[in-house]
Design a protein around this ligand. Structure first.
Ligand code: NDP
Length: 311
């Protein structure tokens, strides 16, 4: 029987996804029709985003799974009407590669002190070579798909790498710590900290004043994870006081970041507009189709979200 796949992520996204997703469904061997409208009881799968137009999932009584196009699910996981299995975007090679490039670029910017040479109005000849990467400790909070890929790349460059996750992990050339017990060890004396955790009840404000205080003096914070992971007031205080020398922030509690927010004006804050990475249509379409095929074979969905954990 032909499967009905309802695309609910909106018209603009559909314009991008219609062709690649139709092709990917076919290449996955699925007899499926991709639609933007259907009687709810006829829908087998919903492909959506946290801001998708289906917000009440109650009438979708025969829907086998809901697949989001986003890696972060904090905008949808708390929807009480969503009782169907929820899968988030994982292993979209474009999403992962984009994040690796963004994180590596921003870590290298701070490691090499690039700003001093790019913005040098007095033409100062400040002959100080940066240390080698091995002399710089970088901690990644979150060793999931994205954090692990970034940690591997930075380890290849030569940084002294640490990582932190909820459960125990093993990543080559990365000192892995986990749980409450491993948090302090992961942070103590780190020169650069990168946040790649999901936004959940357990991770909100994880980088607070106490955590920032454990970092090396003059450390750098890089946040492509989610805004609520950081206590903003503590961050600003640490920047003003010198415990932190810079913060590069891609995600915020309110997006777009309000024009009067102190981050815009702060001389040691770099704001990027939630562009660290994004789902790429071709590779994401293949992941969506593969997940539907997996579900049709009775296998567990890739990226199945645990509602209690929130990610
Ligand atoms: P994953 O779910 O694969 O990884 C999440 C990691 O966080 C896991 O290592 C997990 O631990 C860890 N974690 C979760 N809760 C805790 C906790 N309480 N204590 C310690 N560790 C915890 O996510 P991804 O790597 O795919 O993505 C990470 C985040 O990146 C997304 O949730 C999203 O917010 C953000 N993102 C940002 C983008 C941007 O453009 N700025 C683009 C895409 C994603 P464990 O391994 O033990 O489960």
């Amino acid at each position: 029987m032909t499967l009905t796949v309802l695309f609910a992520a909106g018209d603009a996204a559909f314009a991008d996804y219609e062709a690649p997703l139709t092709r990917a469904l076919s290449e996955a061997g699925l007899d499926a029709r991709l639609v933007t409208e259907a009687a709810p009881e006829d829908v087998d799968y919903i492909v959506t985003a946290p801001n998708g137009w289906v917000q009440d999932f109650t009438p979708y009584t025969n829907t086998k799974a809901v697949q989001t196009l986003w890696a972060g699910v904090e905008g949808i996981v708390g929807n009480d009407t969503l009782t169907q299995p929820l899968a988030r975007m994982v292993d979209d090679e474009g999403l992962t590669q984009g994040m690796v490039e963004w994180v590596t670029g921003h870590v290298l910017r701070h490691h090499l002190g690039m700003d001093a040479h790019i913005v040098n109005p007095d033409h100062a000849w400040d002959h100080q070579a940066p240390p080698l990467a091995a002399e710089r400790t970088v901690t990644i909070l979150g060793l999931g798909t994205l954090g692990t890929a970034c940690a591997r790349m930075l380890a290849t460059v030569g940084f002294d790498m640490r990582g932190w996750s909820r459960t125990e992990k093993s990543v080559e050339d990365v000192a892995c710590h986990h749980g409450d017990a491993g948090f302090g060890t992961a942070l103590d004396g780190a020169d650069i900290v990168v946040l790649l955790l999901p936004d959940t009840a357990a991770t909100r404000n994880v980088l607070d004043a106490a955590a920032i205080g454990r970092l090396a003096r003059g450390a750098v914070v890089i946040n492509p994870g989610r805004g609520p992971l950081i206590d903003d007031d503590a961050l600003l205080a640490a920047l003003d006081e010198g415990q932190l020398s810079h913060a590069t922030l891609d995600v915020f509690r309110t997006e777009p970041l309000p024009q009067d927010h102190p981050f815009w004006a702060h001389p040691r804050v770099t704001v990027t507009p939630h562009i660290a990475s994004e789902t790429r249509t071709d590779s994401a379409a293949r992941e969506v189709a593969a997940n539907i095929a997996r579900c049709e074979r009775g296998e567990t969905l890739k990226g199945l979200v645990d509602r209690d954990r929130g990610y």
